[in-house]
Design a protein around this ligand. Structure first.
Ligand code: M6P
Ligand code: ZN
Length: 186
C-alpha cells in the first residue's frame, strides 16, 4: 500500500462505497458478542446465521496527527431483541482526537458519552455531527434501510474498544411501540 502523503480525491456514493479504499472491515454479530443487552436473542441470532451488522470502507493513512483518515460505514437495519443494530463503539486511543460524521443515507443515532455526560444525536442524510475529543462514540440504525455515513478522524487517533467492552455504553437505543427510544443500560 502506498502511504506517501499526497493530495488526491476520493469518490463516495450514497451506498457508502468509497473509491479508492485500502481496507474493509466486516462486522458480524459474533464479532461483537456480548454487546447487546438481550444475550439470549444475541445467541439465537448468531446460531441462526450470524448476520452482517456493518461494513467499513476505509482509506488508511499514516498514523500521524496531521493526517486524516476517511472512511464510510454501512450499518444494516435490524435488531437484537428490541435493541437496534449498532457499531461496537470506541474511544480514540489518543483521547484528545475529534471526529466528524456526515450522514449519507438512512437514519440513525450517534450516541456519545464522556465521564457522566451523554448525548444522542439524530442523524440523517446531510447531518454533520461533531464528536469532540475524549467522547466515546457509537452509531445505531433506527431505520429500515442501511444507515450510511462518512467519518473523518486524525491518522494517529486509533481505536480503544476495550474500555467499551469492559464498561459498556450508558445508553441503549431500543424499539418501543414501533419507535426508537433511549434507555439507560445500567
Ligand atoms: C466510523 C468511524 C470508524 C469506525 C466505524 C465503525 O466510520 O468512527 O473509525 O471504525 O465508524 O465503528 P466501530 O469502530 O466503533 O466499530
Ligand atoms: Zn472514532
Amino acid at each position: 500500500m502506498d502511504l506517501t502523503p499526497s493530495s488526491f480525491a476520493m469518490a463516495v456514493d450514497a451506498q457508502g462505497f468509497l473509491e479508492p479504499w485500502t481496507s474493509k472491515i466486516e462486522r458480524r454479530l459474533a464479532d461483537m458478542a456480548g454487546m447487546y443487552a438481550d444475550a439470549d436473542a444475541e445467541r439465537a441470532a448468531i446460531a441462526a446465521g450470524d448476520p452482517l451488522v456493518y461494513e467499513v470502507f476505509q482509506h488508511d493513512m499514516p498514523e500521524h496527527p496531521g493526517e486524516l483518515v476517511v472512511c464510510t460505514t454501512r450499518l444494516y437495519p435490524g435488531r437484537v431483541g428490541d435493541e437496534y443494530f449498532m457499531t461496537k463503539g470506541h474511544y480514540h486511543r489518543i483521547r484528545e482526537r475529534a471526529e466528524v460524521y456526515y450522514g449519507l443515507a438512512g437514519e440513525g443515532r450517534l450516541v456519545v458519552a464522556v465521564d457522566d455526560r451523554t448525548d444522542v444525536i439524530p442523524m440523517r442524510p446531510g447531518t454533520v455531527a461533531y464528536v469532540a475529543p475524549r467522547w466515546a462514540h457509537r452509531t445505531v440504525n433506527t431505520g429500515s434501510e442501511p444507515f450510511v455515513f462518512l467519518a473523518v478522524y486524525h491518522g494517529d487517533a486509533g481505536h480503544d474498544y476495550g474500555t467499551i467492552e469492559t464498561e459498556g455504553f450508558p445508553l441503549r437505543v431500543v424499539e418501543r411501540d414501533g419507535a426508537p427510544a433511549v434507555v439507560e443500560s445500567r
